[in-house]
Design a protein around this ligand. Structure first.
Ligand code: 4AD
Ligand code: MG
Length: 444
């Protein structure tokens, strides 16, 4: 009988390790070796039921007294939740087992029994955040991280198919892109520098070489707001395109986002089902997305009883009201200048507003993309920066981009965790990131 003498070593092993998913999907049968962690453990005295999970799923294994040595049986009783093990056994179809299959164990080897796992049922949210380094093993986190990986893979795939170059902008910068209020200052060898809020300004410089560029970087916002959609450090997917106006910029966003949705449905049906996301709702995300003007959004909100006036920004409540009944993402265009960043292009039809758009996720999840055509008039940029009290010296390089062969251009930034929150139906955006940074937490 092939045993564990070699099964913990792929090289020269007489038994091949398989993934749990391959057993549950009926791809492999007969004698197998599996390695993973104890997910559940129950004993009747004569039989031990040990559910073992790996990165792909969980499978029940049964250990019967007499079918393994007494020594192994006694050793198995010492396993804790999350002890790491290798088992060799025979795959059996069994309707009663979760997933429809189980492994009748012939040999078992603990790799590390370790200490009793500190996470048990019904732990508080706060405690689970304290032990996030262990909670990332949970089924929910596992599913969310798989969806997130698919979002990134699909985005990269889309950009590659659409002639964009991936570029690598800096994280340390002298210039705040999204305004001084939420900037993280760091001591840069005696000078003040900032952690990037957005790669946008650097992407703007790079279009003059590459025309269509994108990047994925961490962005930082020193936002004290404790809302379910704000984290201090998030992953920012940004693109910038030369020769593109605001309308075509929106087309790029809707194509990219719908590609992401289609791929996630294709790759993550199992995870979406576990998270309670109906795949039909994502499959139907196809261009064109509806678009309304900021003015219309204000009228709609007023008709719903909101005390809001032209010029006010939308918070979570307003964005929720605008999209709670929607099944498609919604573009809101032409926001007033006062509530948007300095770099946006003035709307020639209504100079009180910009040629810009926010894309709101359906079902009330709120903003997932911020976008605009960019101002090309250096004087307008200087004037706006002055009004904000910015130190112009730090923006000279950016103004330069409007001095040497300037072209119309547009771009956008997508908050990856915001997208994942919507796709996975998460209460809080922090659950879309393995180690969330919030105003009150940067541990672990
Ligand atoms: O709307 P924002 O601030 O736009 C920019 O930063 C532009 N410079 C992007 C660009 O045009 N290249 O941020 C873009 C997106 C938001 O729509 C949101 O999805 C996400 O980034 N985001 C956050 N996500 C989580 N937590 C926060 N505190 C976030 N702030 C912005
Ligand atoms: Mg925004």
């Amino acid at each position: 009988m092939a045993g564990l003498g070699t099964a913990n070593d792929d090289h020269g092993s007489d038994i091949k390790f398989v993934k749990v998913i391959d057993i549950l999907s009926g791809k492999v049968s007969g004698r197998v070796a599996v390695r993973g962690w104890v997910y559940r453990h129950r004993s009747t005295g004569a039989v031990q039921f040990i559910v073992i999970r790996d990165s792909t799923g969980a499978i029940q294994t049964t250990l019967k007294k007499g079918e393994v040595t007494d020594e192994k049986f006694a050793l198995a009783e010492k396993l804790h939740i999350e002890s790491s093990v290798v088992v060799v056994g025979d795959v059996r179809e069994d309707k009663r087992a979760p997933g429809g299959y189980e492994i009748a164990v012939r040999d078992l080897k603990p790799i590390h029994i370790g200490e009793p796992f500190p996470i048990t049922k019904d732990m508080s949210e706060d405690y689970l955040l304290d032990v996030r380094h262990l909670w990332v093993r949970s089924r929910e986190q596992n599913a969310v991280m798989k969806v997130k990986a698919s979002v990134l893979k699909a985005a990269r795939e889309w950009f590659n198919m659409n002639d964009f170059y991936e570029v690598t902008p800096p994280i340390i910068t002298p210039s705040a892109c999204e305004g001084g209020a939420t900037v993280f200052a760091i001591d840069y060898f005696g000078n003040e520098a900032y952690l990037s809020q957005s790669a946008q300004m650097y992407l703007e410089a790079l279009i003059f070489s590459l025309e269509r560029v994108w990047s994925l970087t961490p962005s930082f916002r020193a936002e004290k707001s404790r809302t379910p959609r704000h984290i201090v450090e998030f992953w920012h997917l940004e693109a910038e395109e030369a020769w593109v106006g605001n309308g075509e910029n929106m087309k790029i966003q809707e194509e990219l986002l719908s590609h992401i949705c289609q791929r996630v449905v294709e790759w993550n049906e199992k995870e979406l089902a576990f998270l309670g996301r109906d795949v039909k709702s994502l499959r139907s995300i196809e261009p064109p997305f509806p678009r309304i003007k900021y003015d219309e959004a204000i009228e709609f909100l007023q008709s719903k009883g909101f005390s809001i006036e032209w010029g006010d920004d939308f918070g979570a409540r307003e964005e929720k009201a605008l999209t709670i009944e929607e099944s498609m993402p919604l573009f809101i265009i032409n926001y007033p200048k006062e509530i948007k960043a300095f770099y946006m292009k003035e709307n020639p039809e209504d100079p009180r507003t910009y040629l810009c758009s926010d894309l709101l996720a359906p079902e009330g999840y709120g903003e997932i993309i911020g976008a605009s055509e960019r101002e090309t008039d250096p004087n307008k940029l200087i004037e706006r920066l002055k009004r904000e009290g910015a130190n112009l010296e730090n923006y000279e390089w950016y103004i330069d981009l409007r001095r040497y062969g300037s072209v119309p251009h547009s771009g956008f930034g997508m908050g990856i965790e915001r997208v994942v929150r919507w796709l996975c139906k998460l209460q809080h955006v922090r659950d879309a990131v393995p180690f969330p940074r919030t105003p009150s937490r940067y541990y672990p």
